[in-house]
Design a protein around this ligand. Structure first.
Ligand code: ATP
Ligand code: MG
Length: 512
Protein backbone atom coordinates (compact mmCIF):
# COMPACT_ATOMS: atom_id res chain seq x y z
CA UNK A 1 0.00 0.00 0.00
CA UNK A 2 1.43 3.29 -1.05
CA UNK A 3 0.31 6.85 -0.43
CA UNK A 4 1.84 10.08 -1.60
CA UNK A 5 1.59 13.35 0.28
CA UNK A 6 3.52 16.56 -0.11
CA UNK A 7 5.16 19.24 1.98
CA UNK A 8 7.71 22.04 1.71
CA UNK A 9 11.37 21.99 2.72
CA UNK A 10 12.90 25.27 3.81
CA UNK A 11 16.39 26.42 2.85
CA UNK A 12 16.88 29.81 4.42
CA UNK A 13 13.77 31.64 3.30
CA UNK A 14 13.37 29.62 0.13
CA UNK A 15 10.90 26.76 0.15
CA UNK A 16 10.91 23.71 -2.12
CA UNK A 17 8.36 21.01 -2.73
CA UNK A 18 9.07 17.67 -1.11
CA UNK A 19 7.16 14.47 -1.85
CA UNK A 20 6.49 12.05 0.98
CA UNK A 21 5.95 8.47 -0.18
CA UNK A 22 4.58 6.20 2.50
CA UNK A 23 4.79 2.49 1.84
CA UNK A 24 3.20 -0.06 4.13
CA UNK A 25 3.99 -3.70 3.57
CA UNK A 26 3.79 -7.00 5.40
CA UNK A 27 6.59 -7.97 7.68
CA UNK A 28 7.97 -7.38 11.12
CA UNK A 29 6.94 -4.01 12.59
CA UNK A 30 9.36 -1.40 11.45
CA UNK A 31 9.21 2.33 10.72
CA UNK A 32 11.92 4.18 8.88
CA UNK A 33 12.23 7.59 7.26
CA UNK A 34 14.73 7.90 4.43
CA UNK A 35 15.75 10.78 2.19
CA UNK A 36 18.31 13.03 3.88
CA UNK A 37 16.37 14.07 6.94
CA UNK A 38 18.01 15.63 10.00
CA UNK A 39 17.61 14.32 13.55
CA UNK A 40 14.20 15.99 13.95
CA UNK A 41 12.95 14.27 10.80
CA UNK A 42 14.23 10.87 11.96
CA UNK A 43 12.43 11.34 15.26
CA UNK A 44 9.21 11.96 13.34
CA UNK A 45 8.64 8.19 13.23
CA UNK A 46 8.17 7.98 16.96
CA UNK A 47 6.05 11.11 17.25
CA UNK A 48 3.81 10.06 14.37
CA UNK A 49 3.35 6.55 15.79
CA UNK A 50 2.32 7.78 19.24
CA UNK A 51 0.16 10.57 17.81
CA UNK A 52 -1.77 8.13 15.59
CA UNK A 53 -2.30 5.62 18.39
CA UNK A 54 -3.27 8.25 20.94
CA UNK A 55 -5.74 9.76 18.49
CA UNK A 56 -7.47 6.40 18.28
CA UNK A 57 -6.41 5.37 14.78
CA UNK A 58 -5.38 1.90 13.71
CA UNK A 59 -1.66 1.82 13.51
CA UNK A 60 -0.46 -0.47 10.70
CA UNK A 61 1.19 -3.64 11.90
CA UNK A 62 3.73 -4.17 9.14
CA UNK A 63 6.71 -2.33 7.78
CA UNK A 64 6.39 1.39 7.16
CA UNK A 65 8.89 3.03 4.88
CA UNK A 66 8.71 6.76 4.34
CA UNK A 67 10.74 8.25 1.54
CA UNK A 68 11.29 11.99 1.26
CA UNK A 69 12.24 13.14 -2.21
CA UNK A 70 14.04 14.66 -4.02
CA UNK A 71 16.76 13.00 -1.99
CA UNK A 72 19.33 15.70 -2.58
CA UNK A 73 17.41 18.34 -0.60
CA UNK A 74 18.25 18.39 3.10
CA UNK A 75 15.10 18.06 5.16
CA UNK A 76 15.30 19.86 8.43
CA UNK A 77 12.83 20.42 11.22
CA UNK A 78 9.75 18.86 12.67
CA UNK A 79 7.09 20.02 10.22
CA UNK A 80 7.27 16.77 8.22
CA UNK A 81 5.25 14.97 10.92
CA UNK A 82 1.86 15.95 9.57
CA UNK A 83 2.54 14.86 5.99
CA UNK A 84 3.92 11.53 7.21
CA UNK A 85 0.94 10.89 9.48
CA UNK A 86 -1.45 11.79 6.65
CA UNK A 87 0.43 9.38 4.39
CA UNK A 88 -0.06 6.55 6.85
CA UNK A 89 -3.76 7.37 7.21
CA UNK A 90 -4.20 7.47 3.43
CA UNK A 91 -2.16 4.34 2.79
CA UNK A 92 -4.35 2.42 5.21
CA UNK A 93 -7.50 3.23 3.28
CA UNK A 94 -8.87 0.68 0.89
CA UNK A 95 -10.48 3.20 -1.47
CA UNK A 96 -7.66 5.65 -1.99
CA UNK A 97 -6.20 4.20 -5.17
CA UNK A 98 -6.45 6.46 -8.16
CA UNK A 99 -8.70 9.01 -6.47
CA UNK A 100 -8.01 12.50 -7.75
CA UNK A 101 -6.88 14.38 -4.67
CA UNK A 102 -6.66 18.12 -4.43
CA UNK A 103 -3.01 19.14 -4.44
CA UNK A 104 -2.33 19.53 -0.76
CA UNK A 105 0.71 20.41 1.25
CA UNK A 106 0.95 19.32 4.87
CA UNK A 107 2.89 21.37 7.39
CA UNK A 108 3.01 20.73 11.12
CA UNK A 109 4.66 19.00 14.03
CA UNK A 110 2.73 16.46 16.05
CA UNK A 111 2.51 16.22 19.81
CA UNK A 112 2.24 12.72 21.22
CA UNK A 113 -1.45 13.24 21.92
CA UNK A 114 -2.12 14.09 18.27
CA UNK A 115 -2.22 17.86 18.54
CA UNK A 116 -0.73 19.80 15.63
CA UNK A 117 1.96 22.14 16.92
CA UNK A 118 3.23 25.36 15.36
CA UNK A 119 6.55 25.35 13.50
CA UNK A 120 9.15 27.81 12.25
CA UNK A 121 9.10 29.32 8.77
CA UNK A 122 5.46 28.82 7.80
CA UNK A 123 5.23 32.11 5.92
CA UNK A 124 8.09 31.23 3.58
CA UNK A 125 6.72 27.71 3.14
CA UNK A 126 3.28 28.98 2.19
CA UNK A 127 4.76 31.45 -0.29
CA UNK A 128 6.66 28.58 -1.89
CA UNK A 129 3.58 26.35 -1.89
CA UNK A 130 1.58 29.01 -3.68
CA UNK A 131 4.29 29.21 -6.31
CA UNK A 132 4.34 25.43 -6.66
CA UNK A 133 0.66 25.49 -7.52
CA UNK A 134 -0.79 23.75 -4.49
CA UNK A 135 -4.55 24.18 -4.02
CA UNK A 136 -4.55 23.74 -0.29
CA UNK A 137 -2.22 23.76 2.67
CA UNK A 138 -2.96 22.12 5.98
CA UNK A 139 -1.04 23.94 8.65
CA UNK A 140 -0.99 24.47 12.41
CA UNK A 141 -3.68 26.78 13.68
CA UNK A 142 -1.01 28.44 15.81
CA UNK A 143 0.86 29.66 12.74
CA UNK A 144 -2.07 31.25 10.93
CA UNK A 145 -1.64 34.73 12.36
CA UNK A 146 1.71 35.16 10.65
CA UNK A 147 0.02 34.63 7.29
CA UNK A 148 -2.32 37.56 7.69
CA UNK A 149 -0.11 39.67 5.41
CA UNK A 150 -0.79 37.43 2.43
CA UNK A 151 -3.29 38.66 -0.08
CA UNK A 152 -6.29 36.47 -0.84
CA UNK A 153 -5.28 36.53 -4.48
CA UNK A 154 -2.65 33.88 -3.78
CA UNK A 155 -5.47 31.50 -4.74
CA UNK A 156 -4.58 28.91 -2.18
CA UNK A 157 -6.75 27.56 0.63
CA UNK A 158 -5.08 27.69 4.02
CA UNK A 159 -6.63 25.07 6.26
CA UNK A 160 -5.84 25.57 9.93
CA UNK A 161 -5.76 22.31 11.86
CA UNK A 162 -5.66 21.58 15.58
CA UNK A 163 -5.21 17.85 15.75
CA UNK A 164 -4.89 14.66 13.76
CA UNK A 165 -8.56 13.68 14.11
CA UNK A 166 -9.53 16.88 12.37
CA UNK A 167 -7.00 16.19 9.62
CA UNK A 168 -8.33 12.68 9.13
CA UNK A 169 -11.91 13.96 8.90
CA UNK A 170 -10.85 16.54 6.34
CA UNK A 171 -9.16 13.86 4.26
CA UNK A 172 -12.48 12.00 4.30
CA UNK A 173 -14.12 15.07 2.81
CA UNK A 174 -15.25 17.03 5.84
CA UNK A 175 -14.92 20.76 5.29
CA UNK A 176 -12.77 23.02 7.44
CA UNK A 177 -13.26 26.74 7.14
CA UNK A 178 -10.15 28.15 5.41
CA UNK A 179 -8.19 30.84 7.22
CA UNK A 180 -9.39 34.20 6.01
CA UNK A 181 -6.66 36.36 4.55
CA UNK A 182 -6.94 40.09 4.68
CA UNK A 183 -3.75 41.23 2.92
CA UNK A 184 -1.31 43.90 4.03
CA UNK A 185 -3.88 46.69 4.22
CA UNK A 186 -6.34 44.86 6.38
CA UNK A 187 -3.53 43.66 8.59
CA UNK A 188 -3.60 46.64 10.89
CA UNK A 189 -7.31 46.30 11.50
CA UNK A 190 -6.70 42.72 12.58
CA UNK A 191 -4.50 44.11 15.33
CA UNK A 192 -1.46 42.69 13.63
CA UNK A 193 0.84 45.58 13.16
CA UNK A 194 3.57 46.51 15.56
CA UNK A 195 2.92 50.22 15.53
CA UNK A 196 4.41 52.02 18.41
CA UNK A 197 5.40 55.43 17.12
CA UNK A 198 9.13 55.33 16.32
CA UNK A 199 11.25 57.92 18.14
CA UNK A 200 11.45 61.30 16.44
CA UNK A 201 14.46 63.42 15.51
CA UNK A 202 12.71 66.36 17.16
CA UNK A 203 13.82 64.86 20.51
CA UNK A 204 17.44 65.42 19.54
CA UNK A 205 18.55 68.94 20.39
CA UNK A 206 21.05 70.73 18.17
CA UNK A 207 22.95 68.32 15.91
CA UNK A 208 21.71 69.93 12.71
CA UNK A 209 24.62 68.66 10.66
CA UNK A 210 24.32 65.14 12.01
CA UNK A 211 20.65 65.03 11.13
CA UNK A 212 21.36 66.19 7.58
CA UNK A 213 24.04 63.54 7.22
CA UNK A 214 21.76 60.78 8.41
CA UNK A 215 19.07 61.97 6.02
CA UNK A 216 21.58 61.80 3.16
CA UNK A 217 22.61 58.30 4.19
CA UNK A 218 19.00 57.14 4.26
CA UNK A 219 18.25 58.89 0.96
CA UNK A 220 21.06 57.37 -1.08
CA UNK A 221 21.70 54.13 0.79
CA UNK A 222 25.14 55.19 2.03
CA UNK A 223 26.77 53.56 5.01
CA UNK A 224 27.65 55.94 7.79
CA UNK A 225 30.10 56.10 10.67
CA UNK A 226 29.40 58.36 13.65
CA UNK A 227 32.55 59.18 15.55
CA UNK A 228 32.20 60.86 18.90
CA UNK A 229 32.73 60.80 22.66
CA UNK A 230 30.49 58.85 25.05
CA UNK A 231 27.11 60.41 25.64
CA UNK A 232 27.27 62.65 22.56
CA UNK A 233 24.06 61.13 21.25
CA UNK A 234 25.30 58.67 18.63
CA UNK A 235 22.93 55.91 19.65
CA UNK A 236 20.09 58.37 20.00
CA UNK A 237 20.63 59.58 16.43
CA UNK A 238 21.03 56.15 14.86
CA UNK A 239 17.89 54.82 16.49
CA UNK A 240 15.87 57.49 14.73
CA UNK A 241 17.27 56.77 11.27
CA UNK A 242 14.76 54.09 10.14
CA UNK A 243 11.98 56.62 10.68
CA UNK A 244 13.30 58.56 7.68
CA UNK A 245 12.79 55.70 5.27
CA UNK A 246 9.53 55.31 3.37
CA UNK A 247 7.12 52.76 4.88
CA UNK A 248 7.71 49.16 3.86
CA UNK A 249 5.72 48.17 0.79
CA UNK A 250 3.44 45.15 1.03
CA UNK A 251 6.00 43.02 -0.81
CA UNK A 252 8.79 44.22 1.50
CA UNK A 253 6.69 43.45 4.58
CA UNK A 254 6.30 39.90 3.31
CA UNK A 255 10.00 39.59 2.59
CA UNK A 256 11.01 40.82 6.02
CA UNK A 257 8.31 38.82 7.79
CA UNK A 258 9.45 35.64 6.04
CA UNK A 259 12.87 36.05 7.70
CA UNK A 260 11.35 36.46 11.15
CA UNK A 261 9.03 33.55 10.44
CA UNK A 262 11.98 31.34 9.52
CA UNK A 263 13.48 32.23 12.88
CA UNK A 264 10.26 31.46 14.72
CA UNK A 265 10.03 35.04 15.98
CA UNK A 266 6.49 35.78 14.88
CA UNK A 267 3.65 35.25 17.29
CA UNK A 268 0.00 36.00 17.84
CA UNK A 269 0.97 39.37 19.35
CA UNK A 270 3.45 40.18 16.58
CA UNK A 271 2.30 38.17 13.57
CA UNK A 272 4.29 40.08 10.96
CA UNK A 273 6.78 42.90 10.53
CA UNK A 274 5.34 46.12 9.21
CA UNK A 275 8.00 48.58 10.38
CA UNK A 276 11.52 49.08 9.09
CA UNK A 277 13.74 47.05 11.42
CA UNK A 278 16.38 48.65 13.60
CA UNK A 279 18.91 46.13 14.87
CA UNK A 280 21.82 46.93 17.11
CA UNK A 281 25.04 45.01 17.61
CA UNK A 282 28.05 45.86 19.73
CA UNK A 283 31.51 44.53 20.50
CA UNK A 284 30.13 41.40 22.14
CA UNK A 285 28.57 40.25 18.84
CA UNK A 286 29.82 36.95 17.49
CA UNK A 287 30.12 35.96 13.87
CA UNK A 288 27.23 33.52 14.24
CA UNK A 289 24.96 36.14 15.79
CA UNK A 290 25.77 38.48 13.00
CA UNK A 291 25.51 36.18 10.00
CA UNK A 292 23.32 33.37 11.30
CA UNK A 293 23.96 29.66 11.16
CA UNK A 294 23.27 26.41 12.94
CA UNK A 295 22.22 22.98 11.77
CA UNK A 296 18.75 24.23 10.94
CA UNK A 297 20.08 27.59 9.78
CA UNK A 298 18.73 30.61 11.54
CA UNK A 299 19.13 34.11 10.19
CA UNK A 300 21.55 36.52 11.88
CA UNK A 301 21.39 40.22 12.66
CA UNK A 302 22.30 41.19 9.09
CA UNK A 303 19.11 39.48 7.95
CA UNK A 304 16.94 40.71 10.80
CA UNK A 305 17.96 44.19 9.66
CA UNK A 306 16.83 43.48 6.08
CA UNK A 307 15.18 46.60 4.58
CA UNK A 308 16.01 48.53 7.73
CA UNK A 309 19.03 49.73 9.66
CA UNK A 310 21.84 47.72 11.24
CA UNK A 311 23.59 49.78 13.88
CA UNK A 312 27.04 48.64 14.95
CA UNK A 313 28.00 50.32 18.20
CA UNK A 314 31.66 50.38 19.28
CA UNK A 315 32.69 49.44 15.78
CA UNK A 316 36.41 49.81 16.39
CA UNK A 317 36.33 47.51 19.39
CA UNK A 318 34.73 44.67 17.53
CA UNK A 319 36.50 41.46 16.91
CA UNK A 320 38.49 41.44 13.69
CA UNK A 321 36.70 38.36 12.44
CA UNK A 322 33.31 39.96 13.07
CA UNK A 323 34.34 43.07 11.15
CA UNK A 324 35.53 40.89 8.32
CA UNK A 325 32.26 38.99 8.37
CA UNK A 326 30.33 42.21 7.89
CA UNK A 327 31.97 42.96 4.58
CA UNK A 328 30.27 40.30 2.55
CA UNK A 329 26.62 41.08 3.28
CA UNK A 330 27.41 44.79 2.87
CA UNK A 331 28.47 44.05 -0.65
CA UNK A 332 26.17 41.23 -1.69
CA UNK A 333 23.05 42.27 0.23
CA UNK A 334 22.40 38.67 1.11
CA UNK A 335 24.10 35.97 3.10
CA UNK A 336 24.65 32.34 2.23
CA UNK A 337 25.00 29.87 5.06
CA UNK A 338 26.58 26.63 3.99
CA UNK A 339 26.17 23.63 6.19
CA UNK A 340 26.89 20.04 5.30
CA UNK A 341 27.14 20.85 1.63
CA UNK A 342 23.78 22.59 1.34
CA UNK A 343 23.40 26.32 1.43
CA UNK A 344 20.61 28.49 2.73
CA UNK A 345 20.27 32.03 1.50
CA UNK A 346 18.88 34.81 3.64
CA UNK A 347 18.42 38.33 2.33
CA UNK A 348 20.52 40.99 4.10
CA UNK A 349 19.90 44.31 2.41
CA UNK A 350 20.29 46.85 5.19
CA UNK A 351 21.52 50.36 5.73
CA UNK A 352 24.60 50.34 7.86
CA UNK A 353 25.28 52.86 10.60
CA UNK A 354 28.28 52.42 12.85
CA UNK A 355 29.38 54.34 15.90
CA UNK A 356 32.79 54.61 17.49
CA UNK A 357 34.64 56.68 20.02
CA UNK A 358 37.33 58.90 18.51
CA UNK A 359 39.99 57.20 20.63
CA UNK A 360 40.28 54.45 23.21
CA UNK A 361 39.41 56.64 26.20
CA UNK A 362 36.76 58.35 24.12
CA UNK A 363 37.61 61.97 24.78
CA UNK A 364 39.91 62.96 21.98
CA UNK A 365 38.86 66.41 20.83
CA UNK A 366 36.50 66.93 23.78
CA UNK A 367 36.76 70.43 25.28
CA UNK A 368 36.05 69.43 28.85
CA UNK A 369 37.69 66.05 29.28
CA UNK A 370 41.31 65.38 28.68
CA UNK A 371 42.12 62.50 26.40
CA UNK A 372 44.39 60.13 28.32
CA UNK A 373 45.52 58.05 25.38
CA UNK A 374 49.20 57.89 24.53
CA UNK A 375 50.37 58.71 21.03
CA UNK A 376 50.97 55.03 20.37
CA UNK A 377 47.48 54.14 21.55
CA UNK A 378 45.98 56.81 19.35
CA UNK A 379 47.91 55.55 16.39
CA UNK A 380 46.83 51.97 17.02
CA UNK A 381 43.20 52.91 17.53
CA UNK A 382 42.99 55.00 14.41
CA UNK A 383 44.67 52.36 12.34
CA UNK A 384 41.66 50.14 12.92
CA UNK A 385 39.57 52.72 11.17
CA UNK A 386 41.66 52.59 8.06
CA UNK A 387 41.19 48.84 7.84
CA UNK A 388 39.30 47.10 5.11
CA UNK A 389 35.91 47.83 6.65
CA UNK A 390 36.38 51.60 6.60
CA UNK A 391 36.88 51.19 2.92
CA UNK A 392 33.30 50.02 2.72
CA UNK A 393 31.92 52.92 4.71
CA UNK A 394 30.67 55.79 2.60
CA UNK A 395 30.37 58.62 5.07
CA UNK A 396 32.01 59.57 8.32
CA UNK A 397 30.85 62.22 10.70
CA UNK A 398 32.13 63.60 13.95
CA UNK A 399 29.46 63.97 16.60
CA UNK A 400 30.30 66.40 19.37
CA UNK A 401 28.43 66.82 22.60
CA UNK A 402 26.02 69.69 22.12
CA UNK A 403 26.69 72.93 23.95
CA UNK A 404 24.78 73.76 27.11
CA UNK A 405 22.57 76.45 25.59
CA UNK A 406 21.59 74.13 22.74
CA UNK A 407 20.14 71.69 25.26
CA UNK A 408 17.40 74.12 26.21
CA UNK A 409 17.43 75.95 22.92
CA UNK A 410 15.19 75.79 19.90
CA UNK A 411 14.25 72.48 18.43
CA UNK A 412 16.04 71.44 15.26
CA UNK A 413 14.76 69.33 12.35
CA UNK A 414 12.02 66.80 13.08
CA UNK A 415 11.69 63.41 11.43
CA UNK A 416 8.84 64.69 9.27
CA UNK A 417 11.00 67.50 7.84
CA UNK A 418 13.92 65.21 7.14
CA UNK A 419 11.65 62.56 5.67
CA UNK A 420 10.52 65.03 3.04
CA UNK A 421 14.07 65.55 1.84
CA UNK A 422 14.70 61.83 1.84
CA UNK A 423 11.60 61.03 -0.17
CA UNK A 424 12.39 63.78 -2.67
CA UNK A 425 15.84 62.32 -3.28
CA UNK A 426 14.42 58.82 -3.42
CA UNK A 427 11.89 59.86 -6.03
CA UNK A 428 14.68 61.26 -8.22
CA UNK A 429 16.61 58.00 -7.88
CA UNK A 430 13.55 55.89 -8.64
CA UNK A 431 13.24 57.73 -11.91
CA UNK A 432 16.95 57.55 -12.66
CA UNK A 433 17.26 53.82 -12.14
CA UNK A 434 13.62 53.03 -12.94
CA UNK A 435 13.42 50.86 -9.87
CA UNK A 436 14.45 50.45 -6.30
CA UNK A 437 18.20 50.99 -6.69
CA UNK A 438 20.02 53.78 -4.96
CA UNK A 439 22.94 56.06 -5.65
CA UNK A 440 25.19 54.10 -3.30
CA UNK A 441 25.11 51.13 -5.66
CA UNK A 442 25.87 53.00 -8.88
CA UNK A 443 28.35 51.26 -11.14
CA UNK A 444 31.29 53.14 -12.57
CA UNK A 445 29.51 53.53 -15.89
CA UNK A 446 26.51 54.97 -14.14
CA UNK A 447 28.74 57.35 -12.24
CA UNK A 448 30.22 58.54 -15.51
CA UNK A 449 26.71 59.07 -16.83
CA UNK A 450 24.93 60.57 -13.87
CA UNK A 451 27.61 62.40 -11.91
CA UNK A 452 28.52 65.38 -14.06
CA UNK A 453 29.94 68.21 -12.02
CA UNK A 454 29.80 71.92 -12.81
CA UNK A 455 33.05 73.83 -13.40
CA UNK A 456 33.74 74.68 -9.79
CA UNK A 457 32.93 71.11 -8.85
CA UNK A 458 35.36 69.71 -11.39
CA UNK A 459 38.18 71.87 -10.10
CA UNK A 460 37.46 70.87 -6.55
CA UNK A 461 37.46 67.19 -7.48
CA UNK A 462 40.73 67.38 -9.32
CA UNK A 463 42.24 69.16 -6.33
CA UNK A 464 41.01 66.54 -3.86
CA UNK A 465 42.16 63.67 -5.94
CA UNK A 466 45.68 65.01 -6.38
CA UNK A 467 46.36 66.49 -2.99
CA UNK A 468 44.78 63.79 -0.85
CA UNK A 469 45.81 60.70 -2.71
CA UNK A 470 42.26 59.35 -2.74
CA UNK A 471 41.95 55.73 -3.70
CA UNK A 472 39.82 55.23 -6.79
CA UNK A 473 37.28 53.41 -4.62
CA UNK A 474 37.05 56.36 -2.26
CA UNK A 475 36.80 58.73 -5.21
CA UNK A 476 33.78 56.87 -6.59
CA UNK A 477 32.17 56.78 -3.17
CA UNK A 478 32.60 60.52 -2.97
CA UNK A 479 30.83 60.99 -6.30
CA UNK A 480 27.96 58.70 -5.37
CA UNK A 481 27.48 60.62 -2.17
CA UNK A 482 27.66 63.98 -3.95
CA UNK A 483 24.99 62.66 -6.32
CA UNK A 484 22.69 62.07 -3.35
CA UNK A 485 23.38 65.50 -1.90
CA UNK A 486 22.55 67.04 -5.27
CA UNK A 487 19.38 64.94 -5.49
CA UNK A 488 18.29 66.29 -2.14
CA UNK A 489 18.65 69.75 -3.68
CA UNK A 490 16.98 68.61 -6.89
CA UNK A 491 20.04 69.68 -8.81
CA UNK A 492 20.96 67.77 -11.94
CA UNK A 493 24.61 68.82 -11.90
CA UNK A 494 26.89 68.15 -8.97
CA UNK A 495 27.70 71.62 -7.78
CA UNK A 496 30.80 72.71 -5.96
CA UNK A 497 28.93 72.77 -2.64
CA UNK A 498 27.73 69.19 -3.07
CA UNK A 499 31.24 67.98 -3.69
CA UNK A 500 32.57 70.03 -0.81
CA UNK A 501 30.05 68.50 1.60
CA UNK A 502 30.67 65.03 0.24
CA UNK A 503 34.32 65.64 0.94
CA UNK A 504 33.56 66.75 4.48
CA UNK A 505 31.86 63.41 5.03
CA UNK A 506 34.89 61.59 3.70
CA UNK A 507 37.61 63.38 5.63
CA UNK A 508 37.67 61.29 8.80
CA UNK A 509 37.72 58.07 6.81
CA UNK A 510 40.99 58.91 5.15
CA UNK A 511 44.37 57.99 6.53
CA UNK A 512 46.26 61.18 7.25
N1 ATP B 1 21.48 66.28 21.21
C1 ATP B 1 20.84 65.75 22.26
N2 ATP B 1 19.58 66.13 22.55
C2 ATP B 1 18.94 65.59 23.60
N3 ATP B 1 19.47 64.65 24.41
C3 ATP B 1 20.70 64.23 24.16
C4 ATP B 1 21.46 64.76 23.08
N4 ATP B 1 22.66 64.15 23.07
C5 ATP B 1 22.64 63.28 24.09
N5 ATP B 1 21.48 63.33 24.76
C6 ATP B 1 21.14 62.55 25.95
O1 ATP B 1 22.26 61.78 26.32
C7 ATP B 1 21.94 60.42 26.37
C8 ATP B 1 23.10 59.61 25.86
O2 ATP B 1 23.14 59.64 24.45
P1 ATP B 1 23.58 58.38 23.61
O3 ATP B 1 23.39 57.14 24.39
O4 ATP B 1 22.94 58.47 22.31
O5 ATP B 1 25.13 58.67 23.49
P2 ATP B 1 26.23 57.85 22.72
O6 ATP B 1 26.97 58.82 21.89
O7 ATP B 1 25.62 56.70 22.07
O8 ATP B 1 27.17 57.41 23.92
P3 ATP B 1 28.07 56.10 24.09
O9 ATP B 1 29.36 56.38 23.39
O10 ATP B 1 28.25 56.08 25.57
O11 ATP B 1 27.32 54.96 23.56
C9 ATP B 1 20.72 60.26 25.56
O12 ATP B 1 19.91 59.20 26.00
C10 ATP B 1 20.02 61.57 25.72
O13 ATP B 1 19.22 61.56 26.86
MG1 MG C 1 25.77 54.66 22.40
Amino acid sequence: MLAVTETIALEGVRGRRVTIETDISRGLPYFTVIGLGDAAVKEAAERVRRALINSGFDYPKGRITVNLSPAYIHKRGSHYDLGIAAGIILAGRSDQSGRPEARRAFIGELALDGRVLGVRGVLAMVLAAAEEGFDEILLPEDNCAELSLLADSAGIRLIPVRDLRQVEAHLRGEEIEPYKLCGADGGDAAGGSTNSAPPDFADVRGQRAAKEAIAAAMAGGHSLLLLGPPGAGKTMLARRAPGLLPPLSAAEQLEVSAIYSAAGLLSEEKPFISERPFRQIDKTATRAQLLGGGSQPLPGEVSYAHKGVLFADELLEMDRSVLEALRLPLEEKSITITRGGRSSVFPADFLFIAAANPCRCGFLGDERHRCTCTAAELEKYRSRLSGPLADRIDMGLEILRIAYDELGGEKTQSSAELRQKVSRARAVQAERFSGVRQNASMTEEEIARFCRADRGGRQLLAGFYRSLGLSPRRYYKLLRLARTLADMDESEKLREEHLASAFQYTRILLKD
